[in-house]
Design a protein around this ligand. Structure first.
Ligand code: ARG
Length: 463
């Protein structure tokens, strides 16, 4: 069996070791990118007078044909000959030589698979990251839709998973949207890191041919050339950066899933899952389980694991290429697939969610207005620390008596502080609480409306 490197060896490699080292089963996903890179390389070799115009033209025609075959015939990758291809680069080169003979044998002049795999991955991510970003944006769109639908509904917010202060339900949906917008931006930063052409690095020391790397970069849509050929052939930082962006997006999905799992439970009952987004129990007829949300939360573990695993793979490597780097692709593809599927699933569940306004608003009233009572006293001139003490003892009493602020007579208020006037009863309501908020990031209805409008404008700007 002839491999790209057979000349150096007396015989074939051990069959099982060859199989162990193969990456074609998964790196065929880089097929289009490998052809794209090879087309650019053929042009560069022709410009450098390494290839004749006739050979370059034969190579181009064959590569275009190979790409078309790959697009139309899935069996192409499973042919008998392909079973002996080590990776996608070997596959394309063998197919090329099968079509144009010696011209094809000239294409690898001055080029190494070490830089080819890097350029392929970079081209792949340049194509795919915008698709991941669109999926992120779709979920943000659903969150914006839920914020619209929530209207003026109130709900409690939580710290330490204990009732904290009333907020608009829209503010809750916008909180999750804010995290996913950061993810969108983070993927843009990954794109910026990916945006460097490694071709011209050779196997490690650069290339001896007059390759116009700037020309290749312009043609392939890279805005920079890598700074150092040794670094370039062994650099997969951009893979780690991508995996980090995927892992953090999953963390945000997991937190959203956790909120929805809790808030759709019988104990909370704030939101209701659509029947289409839930599953039943084989035993307990009453169950309406949030399986898709649990799976999103569960899959987060594997994406975090891919990031941690990849960093561990990189940490022991000497500078330059080592075969360990081949492990990058499964980490990358699996994370990409998982994050996209999870974003879609979360979006589908969220789209069918309904809000039980009576329940959220009942829960948004009561002792979680304590901070507002303290603020009331502050407005009357009491130092905040003292107000905190006064309201603390008031709350202790109400907890014992199982009552809330709205059940107190004005005499009872005054027994705790003479600063309480009759207006206290109107001041201490959930609606007054949110209306008292003053900052743009707050849950004041105007601030939330402005944030929602800004979010819609952002979503429109993407289209
Ligand atoms: N399949 C290899 C990878 O994914 C391609 C580069 C191989 N280079 C080498 N010198 N063996 O990393």
């Amino acid at each position: 069996m002839a491999h790209l490197w057979s000349g150096r060896f007396a015989g074939d490699p051990d069959a099982s070791l060859f199989e162990f080292g193969r990456s074609f089963s998964f790196d065929r996903r880089l097929f289009d990118d490998d052809v794209t890179g090879s087309l650019a390389w053929a042009d560069a070799l022709e410009k450098a007078c390494v290839l004749t115009a006739a050979d370059a033209s034969r190579i181009r025609t064959a590569l275009v044909e190979i790409a078309a075959r790959g697009a139309s015939d899935p069996g192409f990758f499973a042919s008998d000959a392909a079973r002996h291809d080590e990776d996608v680069h070997s596959f394309v080169e063998r197919e090329l030589i099968a079509r144009v003979g010696d011209a094809g044998r000239r294409l690898h002049t001055g080029r190494s698979r070490n830089e080819q795999v890097s350029v392929d991955l970079r081209l792949y991510l340049k194509r795919r990251i915008p698709q991941v970003q669109q999926t992120v944006a779709s979920l943000v769109r659903v969150l914006a839709g839920q914020a619209d639908a929530a209207g003026a509904a109130l709900m409690p917010s939580y710290t330490h998973m204990r009732r904290a202060q009333p907020v608009m339900a829209a503010h809750f949906f916008l909180a999750h949207a804010a995290a996913f917008r950061r993810d969108y931006g983070r993927f843009s930063s990954v794109l910026a890191e990916v945006d460097e052409l490694p071709l011209g690095s050779g196997a490690i020391a650069g290339t001896s041919y007059a390759i116009d790397v700037k020309g290749i970069a312009a043609r392939l849509g890279f805005s920079r050339i890598v700074a150092n050929s040794i670094d370039a052939t062994g650099d997969r930082d951009f893979v780690a950066t991508f995996l980090h962006a995927c892992a953090l997006t999953m963390v945000h999905l997991s937190r959203l899933a956790e909120d929805l799992i809790l808030f759709t439970s019988e104990e909370f009952g704030f939101f209701e899952l659509a029947d289409t987004a839930a599953t039943g129990s084989s035993l307990m007829p009453q169950k309406k389980n949030p399986d898709p949300l649990e799976l999103v939360r569960g899959k987060t573990g594997r994406v975090i694991g891919r990031l941690a695993g990849w960093l561990a793979t990189m940490k022991g490597l000497p500078i330059g290429y080592s075969k360990d780097l081949q492990e990058d692709k499964e980490a990358l593809f699996e994370s990409e697939d998982t994050v996209r599927a999870s974003l879609d699933a979360a979006g589908a569940v969220l789209a069918g969610l309904s809000t039980n306004r009576a329940v959220t608003e009942a829960a948004a009233s009561g002792l979680l207005l304590a901070t507002d009572v303290a603020d009331y006293l502050v407005a009357k001139g009491m130092p905040f620390r003292e107000a905190h003490e006064v309201v603390g003892s008031l709350v202790r009493r109400l907890v014992e008596e199982q009552r809330a602020f709205d059940a107190m007579t004005i005499e009872e208020w005054r027994a705790h502080s003479p600063l309480f006037d009759a207006d206290v009863r109107k001041a201490i309501t959930p609606a007054a609480s949110i209306a008292r908020k003053r900052t743009p990031q707050s849950t004041h209805p105007d601030a939330v409306a402005a944030a929602l409008a800004e979010l819609h404008a952002w979503l429109l700007s993407l289209a």
